[in-house]
Design a protein around this ligand. Structure first.
Ligand SMILES: *[C@@H]1O[C@H](CO)[C@@H](O)[C@H](O)[C@H]1NC(C)=O
Ligand SMILES: *[C@@H]1O[C@H](CO)[C@@H](O)[C@H](O)[C@H]1NC(C)=O
Ligand SMILES: *[C@@H]1O[C@H](CO)[C@@H](O)[C@H](O)[C@H]1NC(C)=O
Ligand SMILES: *[C@@H]1O[C@H](CO)[C@@H](O)[C@H](O)[C@H]1NC(C)=O
Ligand SMILES: *[C@@H]1O[C@H](CO)[C@@H](O)[C@H](O)[C@H]1NC(C)=O
Ligand SMILES: *[C@@H]1O[C@H](CO)[C@@H](O)[C@H](O)[C@H]1NC(C)=O
Length: 760
């Protein structure tokens, strides 16, 4: 008997016609199947692509080949070398664990010649990818009694591998007081003299640096590693603010650093070498706060390396990218990766601007000088005198009188802290940093060189209106220190990359958001007089939060697959903020699923998800064939020859993912059916019912059955969801969102999936 139910789209008012609402064209959803080495992808804040090519025409290529047959003497390296031309070329890396192939310096002609050799699968040029806390354990609710920390023993015995810029091993966040030695399976190497039971491994995979210990000359790696698994450090702060005991998400987990990045970024070939080593060393989780622009998975090194890692049971947590708020800007889109976006926490380092007319505007700054006199001073906007001085870039304030004044500068052009030095040098007393329109309400607490306040775009406009309508505009700045419990939080950062997924539009990404704005964590250099902690923002900061939380869950549930842990994190997440409203974005409008994915991580709930949407690695192979990749393209990812015609392929919407993304178009007659299987990881005898809300106009969603009755642990039950629409005249592609939620009979557990329907 078929029991059908219309499940409602939760936000009927949240009908989003993306192309219209953002006044920008929707990204094309077609696969890019040709890769043009000469073509540079547009360079944005943290994403860039460059090719290592020198004047002799040699450049580094990643070459993927079938594995050697079992009776090949001397194994991989000899087999790999058999592909190399006799002259000039050079083998850089032989990969053996997560990739079948190598990196080598080759000419374009060399690569063409290789393509004719048996066993060749795929080759693409190396590219440069970009690098994309005291308080966050409390904000995330894992530090309170009876919490996940207690339940998972702080992540003890779990090994987190971090691919980043290296680490400062002597930082107090990496002390190992009270930590046991790593588990016996650990086979890694330490290139420092001072590794210990916290920092158990450290290797340099930056080409040309392999003999040097992987010290962090950038700061990024020390920050991310300590966020994932930093030890408790009392009295940490940033120049007197945000004081408290700092700790990573999994303070008793072991850390291994694989240095694959420098200040200019990270090369594919080095990243693959790091992933290859980490998996063979025995890490449980890989954390990559780096990424590039979208590519088909068979030319995306992180996607390829992550596939091999996930097949071996290693969870791979990656940054979503910092190319927001435009749509279609994600990195790390493969369904076997946990893709992490960034949002604010409920702590601000508050500064308040008070205008001569009494108007007040709250902003942020980490530098909060004690002796500053908060008296009214003349206020000036250089941009109203000479438009090229609006951002206070170097040299721009010449001929503009800012002496003794409060100066308002627009964000953009140059580093935010650098603007402060320009203002200070020109004699300005204080700076108001005003966001650009795209940055909305996301403000950053920086270590400014003068009294300053970073305000939102809207507030900046109001301050400028006041300036232009007053003959003698005045302003004072008040420093209010560190405020906790600020609402609303979380709010997504303007920069966090947005879906839709370009590599495969049928998988909704990002998966989850976590703390990534104004995050305090370990830093290798002194900040101010005494502290080695720094506050920085990015999806790079959100990623290690999720990595550490995954470590805690791995400790509590050693038998859960990477897909099960991802499902637990996603279906238990929060979709509301600390005001009880649906999570907002940087414009303070409701954030859509292309921004938040399943929502904001709730670690304690993720420990008891009730049901999980599990995926066996073999399903990803069926999925790759369903993408209509060629056999060679699929084999490039799977590290073994795959013939798609011999296996059953599935479409992306049929992958057993914890979220739903479907398209209703003329080609499917505005109807599609998808199936899911949920596994009971809660009480053996338990019943879940579907949660129902009023239906949307024009789109229906029928779930069958509407109730799932489990009688034993690990039992699997299936359901189907039929999507259909009679509305085939929307004038372009529009997206509808809703939620599909299974609620346990005692209402203690909700297993919630975001659902996105694209209609054209
Ligand atoms: C180009 O690369 C080759 C191989 O690594 C190297 O021998 C050569 O010196 C390089 N040439 C330049 C100009 O950098
Ligand atoms: C941790 O959990 C145990 C039981 O699981 C309990 O006895 C203990 O009080 C808890 N400790 C804290 C600090 O909550
Ligand atoms: C405005 O600034 C630019 C760059 O600093 C300068 O070249 C130009 O002369 C200035 N214009 C005026 C009217 O001062
Ligand atoms: C793959 O090809 C089949 C048959 O032509 C088509 O129905 C399907 O939509 C294609 N899938 C993708 C992801 O392009
Ligand atoms: C398309 O859907 C309509 C309405 O459900 C139905 O009447 C029609 O037969 C379908 N056409 C095809 C080709 O399936
Ligand atoms: C789509 O619209 C056309 C023209 O408006 C109509 O003839 C057709 O029946 C519609 N199809 C569906 C599935 O509603």
């Amino acid at each position: 008997m078929l029991i059908s139910y219309l499940l409602a789209f939760l936000y009927v008012s949240n009908y989003i016609h993306l192309a219209k609402s953002l006044n920008q064209p929707l990204p094309s959803l077609k696969h890019t199947t040709t890769i043009n080495a000469a073509q540079k992808t547009s360079v944005s804040l943290h994403q860039s692509v460059t090719w290592k090519q020198n004047s002799s025409g040699l450049q580094t290529y990643i070459v993927l080949v079938h594995p050697p047959s079992e009776n090949t003497p001397n194994g991989c390296e000899k087999w790999y070398k058999s592909f190399l031309p006799a002259t000039n070329s050079k083998l850089i890396y032989s990969y053996t664990n997560v990739v079948s192939g190598f990196a080598a310096k080759l000419t374009h002609e060399d690569v063409e010649e290789m393509k004719t050799k048996p066993g060749f699968v795929h080759a693409y040029p190396d590219r440069l990818l970009a690098l994309l806390t005291t308080h966050t354990p409390d904000f995330l609710g894992i530090s309170s009694a009876s919490s996940l920390w207690n339940g998972s023993n702080f992540g003890q015995s779990i090994i987190i591998g971090v691919l980043d810029t290296g680490v400062l091993p002597t930082h107090p966040s990496f002390n190992d007081q009270g930590m046991p030695p790593p588990p016996a399976k650990w086979k890694g190497v330490c290139q420092f003299k001072n590794c210990n039971n916290k920092l158990i491994g450290a290797r340099n995979y930056v080409q040309g640096q392999s003999s040097k210990a992987p010290f962090d000359n950038v700061g990024h790696g020390t920050h991310t590693a300590s966020t994932a698994g930093g030890m408790f450090v009392k009295n940490s702060d940033i120049i007197g603010q945000a004081t408290g005991t700092a700790a990573g998400m999994a303070p008793y987990a072991h850390l291994a650093m694989y240095k694959v990045c420098t200040d200019i970024g990270c090369y594919d070939s080095d990243i693959l070498a790091g992933m290859d080593a980490a998996v063979s060393d025995g890490v449980d989780i890989l954390s990559l706060s780096l990424g590039g622009s979208s590519r088909p998975f068979y030319s995306d090194s992180i996607a390829i390396g992550a596939f091999g890692a996930v097949e071996k049971g290693v969870i791979v947590s990656c940054a979503a990218g910092n190319s927001g708020p435009s749509y279609g800007t994600l990195s790390n889109e493969a369904p076997w990766i946990l893709t992490v976006g960034a949002s604010t926490i409920n702590r601000v380092l508050r500064t308040t601007v008070k205008l001569g007319n009494g108007q007040q505007f709250n902003g942020e700054s980490a530098y909060q000088p004690q002796g500053f006199r908060s008296i009214p001073r003349p206020l000036v906007y250089p941009g109203s005198i000479n438009s090229s001085a609006a951002t206070c870039k170097i040299g721009s304030l010449k001929g503009i009188n800012v002496r003794g004044k409060v100066v308002i500068c627009d964000d953009g052009d140059v580093d935010r802290v650098l603007k402060g030095s320009v203002v200070k040098k020109a004699g300005g007393v204080a700076m108001i940093l005003a966001n650009q329109a795209v940055e909305g309400y996301t403000t950053l607490a920086s270590v400014n060189v003068l009294p300053a306040s970073h305000v939102s775009y809207e507030d900046g406009l109001e301050i400028k209106t006041y300036i232009s309508s007053n003959p003698k505009p005045m302003a004072s700045i008040f420093f209010q220190g560190t405020l906790l419990g600020v609402t609303p939080a979380p709010v997504t950062g303007y920069f966090t990359s947005r879906g839709p997924n370009q590599a495969d539009p049928s998988i909704l990404k990002p998966d989850i958001i976590g703390p990534g704005v104004n995050i305090l964590a370990a830093w290798p250099f002194l900040v101010g007089a005494k502290s080695r902690f720094n506050m920085i923002s990015g999806t790079s900061m959100a990623t290690p939060h999720l990595t550490g939380i995954a470590a805690l869950l791995k400790h509590s549930h050693p038998d859960w697959s990477p897909a099960a842990i991802k499902s637990a994190i996603m279906t238990s997440s929060e979709i509301t903020d600390n005001d009880g409203n649906v999570i907002l974005d940087h414009t303070l409008n409701t954030a859509d699923f292309f921004t938040v994915g399943a929502g904001h991580v709730n670690p304690s709930k993720a420990n008891y998800p009730g049901l999980v949407y599990d995926i066996k690695p073999i399903s990803y192979v069926s999925y790759l064939c369903g993408l209509n990749y060629t056999d060679k393209q699929v084999s490039a990812i799977t590290r073994r020859p795959i013939i798609c015609s011999t296996i059953q392929s599935i479409s992306g919407s049929e992958l057993n993912y914890p979220s739903f993304m479907v398209f209703l178009t003329a080609s499917n007659n505005y109807t599609t059916v998808v199936h899911r299987t949920v596994t009971n990881v809660g009480l053996p005898k338990s019943t879940y019912t579907l949660e129902i809300t009023p239906p949307p106009i024009g789109v229906s969603m029928i779930v069958n059955p509407k109730s799932l009755k489990f009688t034993k642990a690990k039992q699997e039950l299936q359901f189907s969801v039929t999507f259909s629409s009679t509305n085939n005249n929307t004038g372009g592609l529009s997206f509808f969102e809703t939620l599909l939620t299974w609620v346990s009979s005692d209402k203690s557990i909700t297993v919630r999936s975001p659902v996105m329907v694209g209609l054209s």
